[in-house]
Design a protein around this ligand. Structure first.
Ligand code: NAP
Length: 452
């Protein structure tokens, strides 16, 4: 058998693990894979993005554990490309490098008042309630009666639902204690979700929408007038048998159902765009404009009508999509916020590949990344078979990191973190209590991970 190809996968979320899995299954050539992550913990958004009450979705990490158990797999946590090691160093250490770093920041609305205290990107709120160690210092003040979530995607739905969960629904999850306390003790009465287009164009998916109708502590409210469709939307709905049709059916059920008088209300609004977040030193309201839909380049887009309204609120979560960020030394397209690539081969960079959100943009569900990563790895393996890879020197990343004095966490270090978290959760009937401080994570991961 030929000497194994050595590949670094940068980013340990779903795209990274699906890429690692496809590589480790190859026997022509055989491959060894090191998965690197800037965090001490793997799984990316499965650990730190998927809502804590979606335990069944988080269970995909079991498949990633099976990948990690394959011969030839290693994990290096707390290793950041650009600071701990450079892209050039990786190219010297590996035959190929695959970037699966996701989309690390949020898209902005570009409206006045967007950065007032009390107006947050949803990405920060999600990272906070999920225990991301970089977001625990944020002071989410939920002591308001109304919150407004801008956006009509699944992340917006997650934020709305998390704000509406009762303590009984939150306690059996791995939501951080700070977030459980803040949500449970909040006087929130109303959570408004604003879609800039109509119900037919909403990006959320039916199972996620349906859950809003099943909340123990919140009624879901839809104005039937918002479901009166313009001719183009009605025609689009006629063609749709999947998402839009099921969404609109659910919304019609919600609209027909009188509120049961639960403590909180989730109000779904459509054809409404934020114009400004307003307040004196902090969020006090959001000004919105009513939109109409017009066709532009074959697509229905929102156009403001001029009819405005002010919605008083103390919290605004802006959930209008994630955005990729550039990595030092790696090509990046500022306009689309992805690494420019042709089916996973990075344009203008040899032996460099990408998969997942940094390849195609922040869309799709976890499973979408499997097909996406498989495509990339097929090309990488074809390039290897064509003799285009194999340019590394003989050194090993662990040796280079030790030389640099870098404090890294290997897979058994992560297993120690995982075991500590599960042990902390067990007596409380929770899946885990996450370690959320960098020092605690490194300390726990280091105990078993530092080998001579
Ligand atoms: P998304 O699905 O792309 O939704 C973004 C939303 O923001 C859209 O409704 C979009 O409206 C709206 N928007 C964009 N710019 C806006 C603006 N300037 N003003 C007002 N609204 C604006 O993104 P996401 O919710 O961040 O989710 C990312 C991906 O993760 C999606 O594929 C999602 O399905 C997935 N995800 C899945 C789950 C799950 O399966 N449970 C959970 C979370 C996330 P337009 O359509 O008008 O552009």
């Amino acid at each position: 058998m030929s000497e194994p190809l050595r590949v670094a996968v940068v980013g340990s979320g779903p795209a990274g693990f699906y890429a690692a899995d496809a590589l480790l299954k190859s026997d022509d050539p055989p491959v060894e894979v090191d998965v690197l992550d800037r965090l001490p913990t793997p799984w990316g958004l499965v650990r730190l993005g998927v809502a804590p009450d979606h335990e069944n979705i988080k269970a995909v990490s079991r498949a990633f554990e099976r990948t990690a158990a394959r011969p030839g797999f290693r994990f290096f946590g707390n290793v950041e490309v650009g600071s701990t090691v450079s892209h050039e160093e990786l190219l010297a250490l590996y035959d190929a490098v695959v970037y699966t770093v996701g989309a690390q920041t949020d898209r902005s609305l570009g409206i006045p008042g967007e950065d007032l205290p009390g107006s947050w990107p949803a990405t920060a709120f999600v990272a906070w309630y999920n225990g991301h160690p970089d977001f625990q210092h944020l002071d989410f003040d939920l002591s308001h009666e109304r919150a407004v979530v801008v956006g009509n995607g699944n992340v917006a739905v997650d934020c709305v639902r998390m704000l509406a969960l009762t303590p009984e629904e939150l306690v059996p999850t791995d939501t951080t204690d700070a977030a459980i306390d803040a949500i449970a003790s909040s006087p929130l009465r109303e959570i408004v979700m604003l879609g800039r287009r109509g119900p037919v164009q909403a990006a959320f998916t039916p199972p996620e929408l349906q859950e809003l109708g099943e909340l123990a502590g919140a009624d879901v409210v839809v104005d039937p007038a918002d479901l009166e469709l313009d001719a183009a939307s009605a025609a689009a709905l006629e063609q749709d048998r999947e998402r839009a049709k099921r969404n609109v059916d659910l919304l019609r059920e919600f609209a027909a159902h009188p509120p049961a008088g639960k403590p909180r209300r989730v109000v779904l609004r459509f054809l409404a765009s934020p114009l400004a977040v307003v307040g004196d030193g902090k969020v006090e309201a959001i000004e919105v404009v009513r939109n109409e839909l017009v066709e532009e380049d074959g697509r229905l887009v929102a156009r403001p009508t001029g009819e405005t309204e002010v919605i008083p609120c103390g919290l605004v979560l802006r959930s209008v999509g994630y955005r990729g960020v550039p990595l030092p030394g790696v090509p990046f397209d500022e306009r689309t916020a992805v690494i420019p690539n042709v089916a996973g081969r990075v344009a203008g960079a040899s032996r460099t590949y990408c998969a997942g959100w940094i390849k195609r943009g922040p869309s799709g569900v976890i499973g979408t990344n499997k097909k996406d990563a498989t495509e990339t790895i097929e090309h990488l393996l074809a390039d290897a078979r064509a003799g285009e890879l194999r340019a590394r020197d003989a050194r090993d990343l662990a040796e280079v990191l030790r030389e640099k004095g870098a404090d890294f966490v290997e897979y058994d270090g992560w297993q120690a973190i995982d075991a500590a978290e599960r042990a902390a959760g067990e007596p409380l009937g929770r899946p885990r209590v996450k370690l959320t401080a960098w020092e605690r994570l490194l300390e726990t991961g280091r105990r078993v991970a530092s080998k001579p």
